[in-house]
Design a protein around this ligand. Structure first.
Ligand code: NDP
Length: 314
């Protein structure tokens, strides 16, 4: 037995839920699989200050809860679980969920987002869940009054460092270059915070600790005459060095760029496979903003609707 739909949406971040609202209102009766992290990346951030319409900011988890309810209001079929297999070789497309449910879909919107990158150190695996984390808002609570380090110099790293500085006693921000890449407002915020120490030109060589993380081995000015190796004592080590797109299951079926992001094929959200659209961070190596993800979710749903209309299928 398979479930059929005019539109299968894979992923439940801003892009996925927004696509569900638009697809539902277009009578496409979408089925949306929410994936491993319902609500996507925004559920792991603290306050979102730059989403239009919230002059006082909004908690990421609240925003996603509201959006989810909005999708339900229009009768989108939201399902817990992940799509573990897809066959995009012919239309209608076939997908299989992790509970074995088969879905047959006239169009597919891929909105699977991106996941945190790690440095690739063996110690990150060794201390996984024992002091290493890629989500300050999920795990910051455990470091109340303690000392932590955040790796990265972008907006995510600055936001995480700032958030942690409200919980932890001290926060190191480990930045490999001699500048922060983050927006000016975030740079100012971390620089002005007394308990954040920024270590510029610094990279991580490894972690140490008997059971839990107790410190990090660092190197400053690596491979230069001023190179200096030193250790810092920390209880937690947070990665915030960007994200990689979640495109593993589409790898051989759809065109991706060299970083693995889905390539859009024209001026809309079409991919290299007709009838398959992509929205949100999974197809956005450039902006990666909440409002852009929502907007592309809208575009993808409208594109799916027009695609079916042109074929006379709706
Ligand atoms: P970015 O790609 O912007 O920044 C990644 C940071 O990690 C850079 O400082 C980079 O260093 C560093 N880095 C990458 N690889 C390594 C490595 N192997 N070792 C050490 N450092 C490394 O990613 P973000 O996740 O911060 O942001 C992604 C996008 O999302 C951006 O467009 C950002 O503006 C946006 N964003 C916006 C927010 C907001 O508006 N509220 C919140 C969070 C993100 P280097 O500079 O040397 O490359």
């Amino acid at each position: 037995m398979s479930d059929t739909t005019k539109c299968l949406i894979i992923g439940s971040g801003l892009a996925g839920y927004t696509a569900a609202i638009y697809a539902s209102r277009a009578n496409l009766s979408p089925i949306l699989y929410e994936g491993l992290q319902p609500g996507g990346q925004l559920t792991t951030t603290s306050e979102v200050e730059n989403f239009p319409g919230y002059p006082d900011g909004v908690m990421g988890s609240q925003l996603m809860e509201d959006l989810r309810r909005q999708a339900l209001r229009f009768d989108a079929d939201l399902r817990a679980g992940i799509i573990s297999k897809v066959d995009l070789s012919n239309r209608p497309f076939h997908a299989t969920a992790d509970d074995g449910t088969e879905i047959v879909a006239d169009t597919v919107i891929i909105a699977t987002g991106a996941s945190a990158r790690y440095l690739g150190l063996d110690d990150e695996k060794r201390y996984g869940g024992l002091g290493v984390s890629a989500c300050a808002t999920c795990d910051g609570f455990f470091y109340r009054g303690r000392t932590v380090a955040v790796v990265g110099g972008g907006d995510t790293a600055c936001e995480e460092a700032y958030y942690l500085s409200g919980l932890a006693k001290n926060v190191y921000l480990i930045v490999r270059k001699d500048y922060l890449r983050a927006s000016k407002v975030m740079q100012k915020r971390v620089m002005e915070k007394e308990n954040i120490t920024i270590l510029f030109n610094t990279q991580t060589l490894g972690l140490f600790g008997a059971e839990f993380v107790e410190g990090a081995h660092l190197v400053e000015f690596k491979d230069t005459p001023q190179e200096r190796k030193f250790d810092i004592a920390i209880d937690g080590f947070f990665l915030a060095i960007g994200h990689k797109p979640n495109t593993e299951i589409y790898r051989d079926q759809i065109k991706l760029d060299e970083q693995g992001y889905i390539k859009l094929s024209g001026n809309d959200q079409s991919t290299s496979v007709k009838g398959v659209f992509a929205a949100g961070d999974v197809a956005d190596p450039h902006y990666q903003q909440a409002i852009v993800a929502a907007a592309t979710g809208c575009r993808a749903a409208l594109d799916a609707e027009h695609f079916l209309m042109d074929l006379g299928e709706i």
